[in-house]
Write a protein that binds this ligand. Structure first.
Ligand code: FRU
Length: 496
């Protein structure tokens, strides 16, 4: 048995040993957000619809709930929501990817013309702080067992650090985009190939003009609604950590010309999104619902590591274009999880009043409300979620989602969420329509995902309140507030 197979078996044994413990004892497992069975997870990798199933791979460390020697975990689904875990797909095993501080880094998947599944990843080696990254290939006949290509790496290390290959087909060519830096400027670099094995460097399609960060991670380039879109993870750029540029990709000139810029998600916990096109023609995106230590608001990876696991995905979102903006719509499959419907609308809130709302068990739920801007005088509208008085030594708990209608700002304040979370983060509220404001919230055991501004603004955050924190209020300040509709649901459990 070769080295890679042996290391995959070893990794899988660790999963089999630890997953039951997590299942039996963990209290903070999500109900409908994908998580590893145990150990550590970060970026989504290799998203693809292949031979009748959705495949999700992910950055994985099976031996403990912390980042170390990266593997690729693997799961499949029929509906993007309930996932079946498959054996670990890739393990660090070769001179170009076997490293405790490196490993099999992020990448993507394509179906080759021969019907086989091709995975591209960055082999990463760290030697006395010198980082060597190369782009590598692994291939599978059955979509489950992967063999690393004997000609690896398919793109040898360059003078600059390049990583996170995203591969796609266009016309009669394959293309690959990687993120990198040169002269302290983040950049996206394009390669091309006829056979997925020999790659020609086409060069930089876009680089930072000095305002977009020193290094770009996990680039994603795709066309949706006739527009080309480049998504990047610019490092060390303050509030920006997950940015999109809409524009035009000229394959002849090998250049991307941006028209507009925006944030994919302006919350605390959404990074390294990857997208793919599904058989229904939808552009679907997942992201790692967490943050890195280089982000200004970071304080740790949350409290679930105590339970032997760490890391969850966002809900799947469909990406659409509206003018110069992108819209991020929770996929329609999520409706199949709804239960315990409550209809509160139309609903009027008087000035300074606070109304208690029921949404499922108050923890695993969905809220869909449409505020009438015409009939609302309130300066601020505040959703207070996961609240409870006097838990754990008398602490009051609450996470606030604050819609500042006068200033046009959305602020999420998680300072009072639990014993662990801190921070307050804001972004612009566009108030695109003068008539109404849509507010759509998905809550799971340890996460809140908020969509507003006709889905052009998304905000994700993780919080870790006690189970008793189930109260939910809406409050209007500085005037009354009128909702045209106000609906809530509980959510079914599909992940364990
Ligand atoms: C992004 C990232 C990638 C890298 C991976 C390592 O979150 O830093 O650039 O490939 O994580 O786990």
């Amino acid at each position: 048995m070769n080295q890679h197979k042996q290391l995959l078996l070893k990794a899988q044994c660790a999963v089999e040993e630890n997953k039951d413990l997590v299942r039996q004892h963990a209290r903070k497992r999500q109900w409908y957000h994908f998580m590893p069975e145990c150990g550590w997870m970060n970026d989504p990798n290799g998203l693809i619809y292949y031979k009748g199933k959705y495949h999700l791979f992910y950055q994985f460390y099976p031996y403990g709930p912390y980042w170390s020697a990266m593997h690729w975990g693997h799961a499949v689904s029929d509906d993007l929501l309930s996932w079946k875990h498959l054996p670990v797909a890739l393990a660090p095993s070769e001179p170009y990817d076997d490293c405790q501080k490196g490993g099999v880094f992020s990448g993507s998947a394509v179906e080759g013309e021969d019907g086989r599944l091709y995975l591209f990843y960055t082999g990463t080696i760290v030697n006395e702080d010198k980082v060597t990254k190369s782009q590598c290939l692994a291939v599978s006949d059955d979509g489950i067992h992967f063999v690393k290509y004997e000609g690896n790496p398919v793109v040898a290390p360059t003078a600059f650090v390049e990583s996170d290959p995203k591969v796609w087909r266009r016309g009669n060519r394959w293309y690959m985009i990687v993120g990198g830096e040169e002269d302290h400027k983040g950049r996206a670099i394009l390669y091309a190939s006829q056979d997925l094995k020999t790659w020609e460097r086409f060069g930089t399609i876009l680089e930072s003009d000095g305002t977009l960060g020193a290094m770009w991670e996990c680039p994603d380039l795709f066309t949706v609604d006739g527009r080309d879109v480049l998504v990047i993870g610019p490092m060390h750029l303050g509030e920006r950590k997950c940015t999109y540029l809409t524009g035009n990709m000229d394959y002849k000139k090998r250049a991307f010309t941006p028209f507009s810029i925006g944030e994919v998600d302006c919350g605390f916990d959404y990074y390294a999104p990857q997208s793919f096109e599904d058989p229904k023609g939808r552009r679907i995106q997942f992201a790692w619902a967490n943050a890195w230590d280089w982000m200004p608001w970071w304080k740790g990876f949350g409290t679930t590591a105590q339970e032997g696991w760490c890391g969850a995905m966002s809900i799947p979102r469909e990406v659409r274009v509206q003018g110069d903006l992108l819209r991020f719509l929770p996929v329609e499959e999520l409706r199949s999880l709804r239960k315990n419907y409550r209809d509160y609308g139309p609903l009027h809130l008087y000035e300074w009043s606070r109304m208690e709302i029921e949404a499922g068990d108050g923890v695993h739920c969905e809220i869909l409300a449409v505020l009438s801007l015409q009939e609302t005088a309130a300066e601020r509208l505040i959703f207070q979620v996961r609240c409870a008085d006097g838990v754990q030594g008398g602490n009051n708990r609450c996470t606030k989602l604050i819609f500042d209608l006068r200033e046009g700002r959305l602020t999420v304040d998680r300072n009072g969420a639990d014993d662990w979370s801190t921070g307050r983060k804001s972004c612009k509220l566009r108030l695109l329509s003068q008539e109404s404001l849509l507010i759509h919230i998905f809550m799971d055991t340890v996460s809140v995902e908020l969509f507003t501004d006709d889905y052009t603004t998304a905000f994700s955050t993780n919080i870790y309140p006690e189970e008793a924190c189930t109260e939910l209020y809406v409050r209007a300040e500085g005037g009354g507030a009128s909702f045209l509709s106000f609906e809530t649901w509980g959510m079914r459990r599909v992940c364990r």
